[in-house]
Design a protein around this ligand. Structure first.
Ligand code: AMP
Length: 429
């Protein structure tokens, strides 16, 4: 017999964990609803070119980690699973003419992302993100809005001590001169550069700044900083972002090493961490402004900003911080059992009526004796057992309070009302 396993780098979310993710999604939806970010769903796969352009060919995500789907015929399009949601959402923005909608278009989504990365702690090949995008607003007020939204998500989900790092990486007006300064700096230290970083220096020098190679730390501490080389417009944008964050009482830290290494990423870059855990590749979430992206995917020049928060890492941090989370599974209000072990028809019918009335009801659908059915109902933590016996012919059933140990006869017609009364007394008591 073959023994099948979940694919490497993925995992099953069993009911307790899946219920937890459902709770994250509820918190996220509650927030986006209050902040006016509307839901959007795009396919989990797109033409690979959407990602190659929308994320950039000179990134790890596209060069090494893109989950490509093997073409089925020679003429097939090249598809890939989405490694992040922004490119697909911007593709949808352009395709559906959302630039004619009132701007900015505020959008949010939650779903699985795929990266063919080497699996390790907190790094999966399929992982979940809560993502928000505000497209069509140059900021910086909206930048502050989403940063605050991100922090509030962590707070509401129960994580303590999340810190946001911010930086500005300039725009096409000031970045070329900055890059020239940066490249000259690294060239002056080329002997100290590890080979991979030397290669990057030619192709994407900004990325050296966020190198995780320990050999780069000392050098990067001396490297010229983007924030010291901003043009007037970018400097004003960054100052204003800071004023907005201050006004909201959002604590943040400026991190000069925080970059998004592609031309269409502009100005604001953000990353969320549990304070004190920055160096460990354990970002809880990240994002930034992408004022060049809509145009790159075929739309009119349109500014935008967004972030993606990794829900798998939220789960890990909640475990580490031993946060008491609400149980994802409530016991049923009632379990329907009967004296006649074979009468599953009546049990299922009564349970169905109770569910239609909004109660959490389960029917015992086995053929065991009444005593066994009642034991199972207690084990389930049910508050009541509805016992079907001979009185059912006269429209009456037994209602047993499993906690109090009392029992009385109740007309079937009153059963839902009685149970609701019992359930609400239970909750308040
Ligand atoms: P990024 O687009 O790389 O900035 O990712 C945004 C967030 O998604 C990160 O901060 C992580 O929380 C999460 N994330 C990214 N890659 C993975 C992965 N392979 N496994 C789990 N979470 C991830």
């Amino acid at each position: 017999m073959p023994s099948f396993r979940v694919p490497r780098g993925t995992r099953d979310l069993l009911p307790d964990e899946a219920a937890r993710f459902a709770r994250f999604a509820e918190v996220a939806r509650g927030l986006t609803d209050r902040y006016g970010y509307r839901p959007i769903e795009t396919p989990i796969f797109e033409q690979a070119a959407v990602f190659e352009r929308g994320i950039g060919e000179v990134t790890d995500v596209v060069e090494k980690e893109l989950f490509r789907i093997a073409p089925r015929t020679e003429e097939s399009e090249a598809w890939a699973l989405r490694p992040e949601p922004t490119a697909g959402i911007v593709r949808a923005y352009v395709q559906h003419g959302m630039q004619t909608w009132p701007q900015p278009v505020r959008l949010a989504t939650i779903g699985p992302m795929f990266r063919y990365d080497r699996p390790q702690a907190g790094r999966y090949r399929q992982f979940w993100q809560f993502d928000v995008e505000a497209i069509g607003d140059p900021g910086p007020a909206v930048d502050a809005e989403i940063i605050e939204l991100g922090l509030r998500f962590y707070a509401e989900v129960g994580i303590k001590g999340v810190e946001v790092l911010v930086n500005s990486i300039g725009d096409p007006a000031c970045r070329p001169a900055y890059l020239a300064t940066l490249v000259a700096f690294y060239q002056g230290h080329v002997a100290e550069l590890p080979p991979t970083e030397r290669d990057r220096l030619e192709r994407n020098p900004l990325r050296l700044l966020d190198s995780k190679d320990p050999a780069m730390a000392a050098l990067n501490a001396m490297a010229p900083r983007t924030v010291d080389h901003l043009c007037e417009a970018c400097a004003a944008h960054f100052d204003s972002l800071r004023r907005h964050l201050d006004a909201l009482g959002v604590p943040y830290r400026i991190e000069p090493g925080l970059v998004r290494g592609l031309d269409y990423y502009t100005r604001t870059a953000i990353e969320f961490y549990v304070a004190g855990r920055e160096g460990q590749q354990q970002a809880l979430g990240g994002g930034g402004r992408y004022d060049g992206l809509v145009e790159l995917l075929g739309g009119r020049p349109t500014p935008g900003i967004g972030f993606g928060l990794g829900l798998d890492r939220v789960a890990l941090v909640l475990d580490e911080q031993s946060v008491a989370e609400p149980a994802g599974h409530d016991a049923p209000d009632a379990v329907v059992v009967s004296a006649d072990p074979s009468d599953t028809v009546s049990r299922l019918r009564i349970a169905t009526e109770l569910r239609a009335a909004g109660l959490r009801a389960r029917a015992d659908l086995g053929h065991r004796k009444l005593g066994r059915q009642l034991e199972a109902a207690s084990r389930d933590g049910a508050h009541f057992a509805v016992i079907l016996g001979d009185e059912l012919g006269e429209g009456q059933v037994g209602l047993r309070d499993l906690e109090a140990g009392t029992q009385r006869l109740v007309p079937v017609a009153d059963l839902a009302r009685e149970l609701k009364r019992g359930a609400s007394q239970h909750k308040h008591g």
